[in-house]
Design a protein around this ligand. Structure first.
Ligand SMILES: NC(=O)c1ccc[n+]([C@@H]2O[C@H](COP(=O)([O-])OP(=O)(O)OC[C@H]3O[C@@H](n4cnc5c(N)ncnc54)[C@H](OP(=O)(O)O)[C@@H]3O)[C@@H](O)[C@H]2O)c1
Length: 230
């Protein structure tokens, strides 16, 4: 019987699928969520291996979030990974689009907040839970020396702020909250030119995440654990 449970969003492909594989390899009981789990051959393959359970979850939809929380019931959750995100490419101010901005905030920030709230009792029940916000270096205000991508950058900066606030709010429950940049990874979002394979990035992300303690809560880190300026 596996010791720990983990929940991951956006597990249909890319880094999310790699994170499911890495956690299953570590013996976690993984609840892998996706908008349409049946449409992902990679996820279905992992489900047939036995340690992975697939659930439908659209992080934009509060009904879907509450349905997942109901399905998980009172099961302690050791690790919650907010991985699902969208990137709407926008070069500059002229290309700014309100609808893209709001949908990025919805998927990349509001969805994760609502999901954390829905699963809060499960996280507290674990005693030493971690909330991993898969963020991006593009969300670093300090590190930004370029223009454009306003929806994505702003949504990841907002996610970082939420991660820090949750670290402060949940410290007394033993819950660690961090934001992590996975590196430039070859996925639909990261593009073909990115140097890292999703499984390699995911394995390193999990190694670092499983070593986190309350000493690290509230930090913004690379997948190696090195601190990134907010
Ligand atoms: N790749 C990189 O170089 C890179 C760099 C920095 C940060 N990141 C971050 O890493 C994370 C994973 O990105 P990725 O590169 O693996 O991207 P990806 O291949 O495009 O995968 C994105 C995932 O998010 C899911 N998703 C999108 N909207 C959703 C929603 N409303 N509800 C549930 N799932 C939703 C997608 O599901 P569907 O299959 O249903 O569309 C897909 O599983 C993101 O948070 C991203 O910002 C990536």
């Amino acid at each position: 019987m596996p010791q720990h449970s983990a929940i991951i969003t956006g597990a249909s492909r890319g880094i999310g699928l790699g994170l499911v594989r890495a956690l299953a390899d570590k013996g976690f009981s993984v609840i892998a969520t996706a908008r349409d789990p049946n449409a992902s051959d990679g996820l279905q393959e992992l489900v047939s291996g036995g340690l992975v359970e697939a659930h439908t979850l659209d992080v934009d939809d509060p009904v879907s979030i509450n349905a997942l929380a109901k399905a998980v019931k009172d099961q302690p959750i050791r690790l919650l990974i907010h991985n699902a995100a969208i990137l709407k490419g926008q070069e500059d101010l002229a290309a700014f689009d309100t609808s893209d901005f709001l949908s990025s905030m919805r998927t990349n920030v509001v969805g994760p907040v609502l999901l954390t709230r829905a699963l809060l009792s499960n996280l507290k029940a674990a005693g030493n839970a971690t909330i991993l916000h898969v963020s991006s270096q593009m969300g670093s205000v300090e590190g930004n020396s370029s223009a454009g991508d306003y929806p994505y950058r702003a949504s990841k900066a907002a996610m970082n702020m939420v991660s820090k606030g949750l670290a402060n709010e949940l410290r007394d429950y033993g819950v660690v909250s961090v934001a992590m940049h996975p590196g430039r990874v070859k996925t639909e979002l990261g593009g073909k030119e990115a140097p890292l394979l999703p499984d390699v990035a995911a394995r390193e992300m999990i190694e670092t995440t499983l070593g986190l303690t309350l000493d690290h809560t509230g930090s913004f880190i690379q997948r190696s654990g090195e601190v990134i300026p907010y």
